[in-house]
Design a protein around this ligand. Structure first.
Ligand code: ZN
Length: 326
């Protein structure tokens, strides 16, 4: 985006967010005093008002959602009953926010996940869209895998990503940001090699028609976004078809917001990789190493709410900027 045009576009987006209309003519008044003057009060029905900004990130809500997935539901490998319970919960949350929610069947084969046999079955993607928004309209995808390995409650991997995704869905629920949120099934590996993991995102991408694939302007995967760390990792996949554009956009937003971050490349271990391989611009937020990784110790205590807040702040800024892009 032309940087010089960004502030104007952002103001336009805030107007659109609050009013449901692109009232460009009403974007000039951004004073700090929201109290209408007497003359404004008498003409309130015909004059655009200063819109409320989009909601800020609520890390207490994020932490509560991590607790629900990791403690109330617990370990949830992709073809388990607990996974089905988690999918139903996510579906209910997104439906409650006003999204149109569908499920996509994801065929996950029998295999071995981190040393444990797992059965074949459906590990559905849960997909939230704006009601009536065609899949061929330009949009971004924000995704987080909902499954865990069999023994892990998965507070960090990846209740943290799902909880931040739900918070973003809340923040932009009343806006016109063109976005789809996807809780991906069966991300964890069921064997060696590139084809035996990321089943939900691989099958999401494979099912896209050409005009649906080109409609996805960017994808961001939220995966392991809550353990404490000095910086937020922002990573690209760097497949032969890939681009660092989304990573660089996120880093620009982080810099502008004063959020400490580090940029990395060659990350192939989350759902952004499925999009990157298909030539869809994609990046990943998260991936700080931690002691409880893929173990029963991946419990709520490993998560730092402030770190989820940093990640959510970057993603929030990026989503709102995308709402202003042509
Ligand atoms: Zn993960």
């Amino acid at each position: 985006m032309d940087r010089s045009s960004r502030p104007c576009l952002l103001r336009a987006s805030f107007c659109a967010l609050a009013l449901g209309l692109v009232l460009l003519g009403g974007c000039t008044g951004s004073g700090t005093d929201d109290t209408p003057s007497p003359s404004e009060q008498t003409t309130a029905s015909s004059e655009p008002t200063t819109p409320d900004p989009p909601p800020e990130v609520d890390t207490e809500r994020v932490l509560a959602d991590i607790g629900h997935l990791a403690e109330t539901i617990g370990p949830r490998h992709g073809t388990s009953e607990a996974y089905a319970e988690a999918a139903a919960w996510v579906e209910g949350r997104l439906t409650g926010l006003g999204y149109e929610v569908t499920r996509q069947q994801v065929d996950a084969p029998a295999g071995i996940t981190w040393g444990v046999d797992v059965p074949a079955g459906d590990s559905p993607n849960v997909i939230a869209t704006r009601p009536g928004a065609p899949a061929t309209d330009p949009h971004v995808v924000v995704g987080a895998h909902l499954d865990t390995i069999p023994v892990a409650p998965g507070a960090e991997d990846n209740a943290s990503g799902v909880a931040v995704m739900l918070e973003l869905a809340r923040i932009v629920a009343e806006s016109e940001v063109p976005v789809r949120f996807v809780a991906f099934g069966a991300e964890e590996p069921r064997g060696p090699g590139d084809s035996l993991h990321h089943f939900g995102s691989q099958q999401y991408v494979a099912a896209l028609a050409d005009d649906e694939r080109t409609a996805i302007t960017a994808m961001v995967a939220l995966d392991r976004v809550g353990v404490p760390g000095p910086e937020v990792p922002i990573c690209s996949g760097d497949s032969p078809n890939g681009t660092t554009a989304v990573r660089d956009q996120l880093a620009t937003i982080a810099t502008a917001g004063g959020v400490p971050h580090t940029v990395c490349g060659g990350n192939t271990t989350s759902d952004h990789w499925s999009f990157d391989k298909a030539g869809i611009p994609a990046a990943r937020l998260g991936s700080i190493p931690y002691a409880g990784y893929h173990s029963p110790q991946d419990t709520v205590g490993v998560v730092d709410p402030a770190q989820t807040g940093r990640v959510a702040t970057i993603a929030r800024g990026w989503l709102l900027e995308n709402s202003a892009s042509p």
